[in-house]
Each structure stands twice: as structure tokens, then as C-alpha cells.
Design a protein around this ligand. Sequence first.
Ligand code: HEM
Length: 198
Amino acid sequence: MSAIDLSSYFGLTAMTLLTLNIMIGLVMSVKYNPVRGWPHLRINTFKIHNWTAYIALTIATIHPLIILFSSTAKFTFLDILYPVNAPKQPWINVLGALSLYSLVFVVLTSYFRRELGRKKWKTLHFTAYATAALFYVHGILTDPTLKDAPIDFFDGEKVYVELCMLLVIVAIGFRVRWQLGQPPPRVHRPKSAAARKS
Ligand code: HEM
């Protein structure tokens, strides 16, 4: 197995874990209860969501670093950090790098969510959707042999990434529908001095 093949497997594994992570995040955001509903089991969704994020971040960081061990790719460490002038597919690699940096942002802000406060953290957490868009497009458009070959959208690995993306898009649709069905948030108005006296 070449270094490029190994790097590609690391990329696919990170994408799989992040798909699972996002699906669980969506389940939590609609307050789904897995004890009352299917699969009627006590599942610690928060713990799974947390750990899939940490493991995916580790694997996604290793994924581009493996390319440094390829004798044919000729990537330098700078091409990994800032792929604008990378020897192959620079812009598709820029999407991958941006996706990794935004993943670091989502994980770091979540680590400090108590300090940030729920409202600010939650707003920042929506960055996760941009992260997902970046890694799905990067995964679909990259040539796995790093030879700038035309993309075969029906290749097994590409179909797998496309199906994961479709699953997340459909789940986001359900999440938006759930949100639209929620009552508007109650605005807290402090009582006026006159109302307090009476
Ligand atoms: C380890 C760090 C993380 C923690 C502690 C965390 C925590 C949470 C929590 C508590 C929720 C539920 C929010 C609610 O109930 O409204 C959530 C939702 C979500 N999380 Fe995370 N998360 C982490 C990392 C990630 C990562 C890396 C991604 C994907 C790149 C992600 C994607 C999502 C998504 C898509 C939602 C649903 C957001 C919504 O539409 O409301 N999370 N996360």
C-alpha cells in the first residue's frame, strides 16, 4: 500500500466519523430521546458526539501528514499547512485544509463552551455545517491517486462520500422542519417599577 492510499483511507475514516458525529449532533439538537423512541436504549449521545469529534480530529490531522512520506507526491510541510502552491490539486487541497482548521475551531470552542456561555458557543457551533460542506466537497473532488486525473463520480469511494453527504443533507432538512415547528422563544422582559409596586 502506498502512502497516498494510506492517506486516502485516513481521510475516508475521518469523514465517516464526522458523518456519525453530525448525525448525533442533529439528534441532540432536536431533543430526541432514544429511551422513549427507537432504539429504546439509554445511549450517552453527548459522550459519543464528543469522542467521535476528538478521534476524527486526530485522524483528520494525520491524513495530510502521511503525504509527506510519499516519494511521488512531492509535498512539503508548507504545502500541507498552506496548499495554495501545492504540486497537485492546490485548490481542492485548500478546501481540505480549511475544513481541518474549521474542525479545530469547532472542537476548541466546544472544549471552552462553559467559559463562552451556551448562547455564544451554540452560534459558533454552527461553523460545523461549513466544516462539513468543505470536507464533503474536498472528498468528492480529490483525485485519490494525486495525479490530477478526471473525477469518476461513480467510483466506489466517491459514491460512499456522496451518500454520506446526502444523508447529512436529508437530516439537516428534518432538523430545520423540527425548528420551524417550535414555538417562538419567550422574551424575558423585566417588570417595570410601577408594575413591581402594585
Ligand atoms: C468535542 C467537541 C464537541 C462538543 C462538546 C459538542 C457538543 C454539542 C452539543 C451539546 C450539541 C447539542 C446542541 C443542542 O442541544 O442544541 C451539538 C450539536 C451539534 N454538533 Fe457538536 N460538539 C462537538 C464537536 C462537534 C464537531 C467536531 C462537529 C462537526 C464537525 C459537530 C457538529 C454538530 C452539529 C451539526 C450539531 C447540531 C447543531 C444544530 O443544528 O443545532 N460537533 N454539539
